[in-house]
Design a protein around this ligand. Structure first.
Ligand SMILES: [Ca+2]
Ligand SMILES: [Ca+2]
Ligand SMILES: [Ca+2]
Ligand SMILES: [Ca+2]
Length: 247
C-alpha cells in the first residue's frame, strides 16, 4: 500500500516535471510569423522624392500624398527591408511628415493570434532631412518609448506584445523630428493550440471554464473553434472533449 502511494507520488512528480518542461519549451520556441490580410493607413508623402506606398493594392490612391488607403497590403508588409537611409535612390520607405499627419495604421488578420511581438524597421538619420526614429509607438493601447540609437543606420525595433490575443492590431506613431520612415512591419505569434481556450499553451481540463464562457458569450475564439468551422457553438463540444481525453 505504502509502495503504491510512493509510486503514485513519483509518477505525479514526473508528470509535473514533464509539464513544466513542455511549458518552458513551448513558450520559448515555435513562434510563427503571420501576415495581415489587409492594412489601413494614410499614404506616405514626399516632394521630388516620394515616400509613398506604391505597392499598395487596395482602395485609395497609392501615388497621392496622404491618400487614405484601405483594404489592401503594400510596401509595409511585402518583406522588403532596406539597410539604406532615406536619401539614397529609390529606397522602399513609406514616410510621413508626422507633425502634420497622424500616423495611425490598422492591421487586419484572418483570425485571432496570440501575438508575441511586433517588429518595425525604421530609418534613422539623426535628424538629417528631418528624419529620425519615432519617440513612441502605441500598439493596441500600450505605449512604448523608442530610444534613438547613437548611430545613423536603419534599424529594427522589437515591441513585446506577449499575451495580446486579437485579430487586429492598431499602431499609432509619434515622431521625434519632422519625418518618420518605415520599410516594414512583422508580426510574430505563438501557434494556436486547439482547445487551449485559456491560452496557457496546453489544452487540458483547466480549459473547461474558459470554453464554457466562450460558448455562452456567443463570440468567436479561434482556440475554442475545435471543429474548425468558423464559429464556436455546441457542435464544438464533442471535439473539445476528444482533445481533453487524448491528453
Ligand atoms: Ca517593405
Ligand atoms: Ca540615431
Ligand atoms: Ca490551456
Ligand atoms: Ca466550431
Amino acid at each position: 500500500m505504502k509502495f503504491a502511494l510512493v509510486t503514485a507520488l513519483a509518477m505525479f512528480r514526473n508528470a509535473i516535471l514533464l509539464l513544466a518542461i513542455h511549458l518552458l519549451c513551448s513558450s520559448a520556441a515555435g513562434q510563427i510569423v503571420v501576415a495581415p490580410v489587409a492594412y489601413e493607413t494614410r499614404n506616405g508623402g514626399g516632394g521630388e522624392f516620394g515616400y509613398r506606398d506604391e505597392l499598395y493594392d487596395g482602395s485609395g490612391n497609392n501615388a497621392a500624398n496622404y491618400s487614405v488607403l484601405t483594404g489592401g497590403t503594400g510596401d509595409l508588409t511585402d518583406g522588403i527591408i532596406t539597410n539604406q537611409n532615406w536619401n539614397n535612390n529609390n529606397v522602399p520607405y513609406v514616410g510621413w511628415q508626422w507633425e502634420t499627419q497622424n500616423i495611425d495604421i490598422f492591421f487586419q488578420f484572418d483570425q485571432q493570434y496570440l501575438f508575441e511581438s511586433v517588429r518595425i524597421w525604421f530609418d534613422d538619420s539623426n535628424g538629417v532631412g528631418g528624419v529620425s526614429p519615432p519617440s513612441t509607438v502605441t500598439i493596441n493601447g500600450t505605449q512604448f518609448s523608442v530610444i534613438d540609437p547613437p548611430g545613423s543606420l536603419p534599424f529594427v525595433e522589437t515591441f513585446n506584445t506577449s499575451g495580446l490575443f486579437t485579430e487586429s492590431i492598431s499602431v499609432q506613431i509619434e515622431g521625434r523630428t519632422e519625418w518618420v520612415m518605415i520599410s516594414e512591419f512583422e508580426f510574430r505569434s505563438m501557434p494556436l493550440i486547439l482547445g487551449d481556450v485559456n491560452l496557457d499553451f496546453v489544452a487540458d481540463f483547466s480549459d473547461i471554464p474558459a470554453f464554457i464562457t466562450v460558448l455562452q458569450s456567443g463570440e468567436f475564439q479561434a482556440a475554442a473553434d475545435v471543429d474548425l468551422n468558423g464559429e464556436v457553438n455546441f457542435l464544438d463540444i464533442p471535439a473539445f472533449i476528444a482533445i481533453l481525453m487524448s491528453q
